[in-house]
Design a protein around this ligand. Structure first.
Ligand SMILES: Cc1ncc(COP(=O)(O)O)c(C=O)c1O
Length: 403
């Protein structure tokens, strides 16, 4: 099993390619939770996520012959970029197999870090099959994204940084996908400071570690469904399961709605761009998925910031809806001149700004002398939404809330 000494050794290698990322106190989240909250901002890591730490350690520990033969991996996400940069910075050739429909932004980023990208397969599993074929055909070393002690040890260097930069830490919150990140961090923290709690967080739609811990054996989910694509993993690893079972205090899950709100808070309040997987720890804290004491010193690890801009748009709208800042309703008006103006007067009386409006006479669900209107509104929070809906209904219009 992974040892603290492996992580201390990894640290001497990881600094060659990786940054010691900042730890920032947050007044906002401390006030919201009554705890003392510090964010570990690993979204500012090279390549935008922690993966370069584990990849660097794995590559640095290869023999000279293995380095000459190069490495191969499969990934559509942060691991691809981490391996590409770690390899090119240490003069090792890296082939990265990505699914054929991987987002072009991720393909470009991986190539720009020096990776040789092969597009193959309809999904991650098929890409991984191709990567293993290349491993056999070309004698390359396969760099696993999480179930490898060197990879875990590299990620564990984050635990050392947290203990050094925040000696008063009482609880660390870590996202879990395949479990390599939390395995390294938990060993580093528990071996040095057994009094510090380590809490793992998964998306509700990809909760394979939570299921495995409950069952006492590995569980492979039939499918995953979450906006946090970085942790949309069907199963944790055999080795990571062992470490998590021994070292992690608690694993909790958060729904996508809360992940979206955490991404929006991080953008708006902390001025920092974080992907869904990177925001689950903060979501678990803000929405109290575990117990903590007033003034407890808590560090959510913000593990990455690589979010596709289309996904970001969806997440922002969802986050605004969840926090009462965006409302979409459908109502019915008489089909006569001035009817829309009357409705708009109600909205403007409550200072609700209109993003979009659609007026439709053709719906089969309404009378021939009526018209249906869908309106997207900018609102100022849950109380404003409730007041507005009451006011529209009091003025005699039916209201169906669409989002
Ligand atoms: C941003 C981000 N956070 C967390 C994780 C989870 O790491 P692990 O798979 O080692 O549990 C990943 C995995 O890709 C990730 O990309």
């Amino acid at each position: 099993m992974l040892q603290l000494s492996d992580i201390l050794e990894a640290r001497d290698r990881v600094w060659e390619t990786s940054r010691h990322t900042p730890l920032a106190h947050s007044y906002t989240y401390s006030k919201m939770t009554d705890a003392d909250v510090y964010l570990k901002l690993e979204n500012f890591q090279r390549t935008g996520a922690f993966k370069i730490r584990g990849a660097t350690n794995r590559i640095a520990t290869l023999s000279a012959a293995e380095k000459d033969a190069g490495v191969v991996t499969a990934s559509a996400g942060n691991h691809a970029q981490g391996v590409a940069l770690a390899a090119s910075r240490t003069g090792v050739d890296a082939t990265i197999v990505m699914p054929e429909d991987a987002p072009i932004s991720k393909v470009n980023a991986t190539q720009s870090y020096g990776g040789d990208v092969v597009l193959s397969g309809a999904d991650y599993d098929e890409a991984a099959e191709r990567a293993h074929e290349i491993e056999r055909e070309e004698g390359r070393t396969y760099v696993h994204a999480f179930d490898d002690p060197y990879v875990m040890a590299g990620q564990g260097t984050l635990g050392l940084e947290i203990l050094e930069d925040c000696p008063d830490v009482e609880t660390v919150i870590v996202p879990i996908g395949g479990g390599g990140l939390i395995s390294g961090i938990a060993v580093a923290i528990k071996e040095k400071r057994p009094d510090v709690r380590v809490i793992g967080v998964q998306a509700e739609g990809a909760a394979s570690a939570a299921a495995a811990l409950e069952k006492g054996e590995l569980v492979t989910l039939d499918g995953v469904d979450t906006v946090a694509d970085g942790i949309a993993t069907r199963s944790i690893g055999t080795q990571t399961f062992e470490v998590i079972s021994e070292y992690v205090d608690e694993v909790v899950t958060v729904p996508d709605s809360e992940i979206a709100m955490a991404v929006v808070y991080l953008l708006e309040r902390s001025k920092t761009l974080v992907e869904g997987a990177g925001a689950v720890g903060l979501a678990a804290l803000l929405f109290e998925h575990f117990e903590f004491e007033p003034d407890e010193t808590i560090v959510p690890l913000i593990s990455g910031g690589n979010i596709d801009l289309n996904t970001l748009t969806t997440v922002i709208v969802r986050g605004l809806v969840e926090t009462g800042r965006y409302l979409k309703i459908r109502t019915v008006l008489e089909d006569r001149p001035g009817a829309l103006e009357d409705l708009l007067a109600v909205l403007s009386g409550y200072r609700a700004n209109i993003y979009a409006i659609q007026h439709d006479r053709t719906s089969r669900d309404i009378g021939m002398s009526d018209t249906e209107v869908e309106i997207d509104l900018e609102t100022r929070g849950p109380d404003h939404v409730a007041e507005l809906i009451d006011a529209i209904e009091d003025a005699g219009y039916p209201v169906e809330v669409l989002v």
